[in-house]
Design a protein around this ligand. Structure first.
Ligand code: PEP
Ligand code: MN
Length: 346
């Protein structure tokens, strides 16, 4: 349920509504918009009656949210959620580009790629220190050492870091380095971990599980929002289907569906979605064309010798060609590719 109040409602009226919600064994969540203040209610809301709130001072409307997910639904908040980073935003007009290798392999490899990406104007650098690999016999990431390298990339190059956390034991150390904490496909339904991450109040990149419906993804996001953390970026990264021609099936249908159902930003990872480097640019363009707020792309300077996901990684040269095409496409879908001021021209 959702209580709509005027933005200029007196604090005492807002607090009265919140108090009443608590008395009825539910939890209030203030969600300010540009013209209205919404108070979202979670908990056993089926026990509440619209009349409980309709007559209260400053209450304009009481709305039942029909979706299973509540706080992240468009019914709860009509305007898009925009996540702010210094002078940059995710979920607004700006097209957000997250790029970097699958894994931190060595200090040299990480700096080589990060420096080239910085020169192209990339702001958000991705690389995994902890790697969730399908086989226990493959490279599992440099772990703590990998985080140290990412911390150095952050301090020396000024890039923002997106990196994955696998479990609660390493959460604190990942959170110290990460500007955006990545929750991978395999952990999308690890609800206790998600709750713990959400409670840190840092931006979270939540990737869709490979066997998760869009509704499941939004219900996972709801766990984070329920911690009063709305800094959530959703990510479509392909799902398992009967198709074997590509690593996964990139479900671009999810983008317009999520735009309709939720106010949260949604980006697309065509690298994992397709799994084959030469198909990544086409699907990246398609993702932007269908309304994605951004992209996550794996880039490696030496894909043949990458320790993970080399086959789906673009070389810096190919990535730069893609950026230049995205720069032309973005205005057509009312987006803007904003790069670091010092970026070499595309
Ligand atoms: C990754 O981003 O490198 C990764 C492991 O992704 P996913 O969780 O989508 O498989
Ligand atoms: Mn990868």
């Amino acid at each position: 349920m959702l209580i709509i109040m005027g933005l200029d409602s007196p604090r005492k009226d807002i607090d009265k509504v919140k108090q009443k919600i608590i008395e009825l064994n539910c939890t209030p969540h203030e969600i300010p918009g540009s013209s209205k203040l919404a108070i979202g209610i979670t908990g056993p809301t089926h026990l509440l009656k619209e009349e409980d709130f309709q007559m209260m001072p400053s209450v304009q409307e009481v709305v039942r949210v029909t979706k299973k997910f509540k706080l992240v639904s468009r019914q709860m908040k009509n305007e898009n959620t925009i996540i702010e980073f210094d002078k940059h935003t995710i979920g607004g007009k700006e097209l957000c580009i997250i790029a970097g290798p699958c894994s931190v392999e060595t200090r040299e490899q990480t700096f080589e790629i990060a420096e080239q990406l910085k020169e192209m104007g990339i702001i958000l650098f991705r690389a995994g220190a902890y790697k969730p690999r399908s086989s226990p016999y493959t490279f599992q990431g440099l772990k703590e050492k990998g985080l140290e390298i990412l911390a150095e990339v952050k301090s020396k190059l000024g890039l923002k870091i997106v990196t994955e956390v696998l479990n609660s034991q390493s959460l604190q150390s990942v959170a110290e380095v990460a500007d955006i904490i990545q929750i991978g496909a395999r952990n999308m339904q690890n609800y206790s971990l998600i709750e713990e991450i959400g409670s840190l109040q840092k931006p979270v990149l939540l990737k869709r599980g490979m066997a998760a419906a869009v509704e499941d993804l939004l219900l996972s996001a709801e766990y984070i929002a329920a911690q009063n953390n709305f800094n959530i970026i959703l990510c479509e990264r392909g799902i398992r289907t009967f198709e074997t021609a590509t690593r996964n099936t990139l479900d671009l249908n999810a983008v317009p569906v999520i735009k309709q159902w939720s106010h949260l930003p949604i980006i697309v990872d065509p690298s994992h979605g397709v799994g084959i480097w030469d198909k990544v640019p086409q699907m990246a363009m398609a993702a932007v064309a269908c309304g994605a707020d951004g992209l996550m792309i794996e880039v490696h300077h030496d894909p043949e010798n990458a320790l993970s996901d080399g086959y789906q990684s673009l070389t810096p040269k190919k990535f730069k060609e893609l950026l230049s095409k995205l720069n032309e496409l973005a205005p057509i879908v009312n987006k803007e590719l904003k790069l670091y001021e010092h970026a070499v021209s595309l």
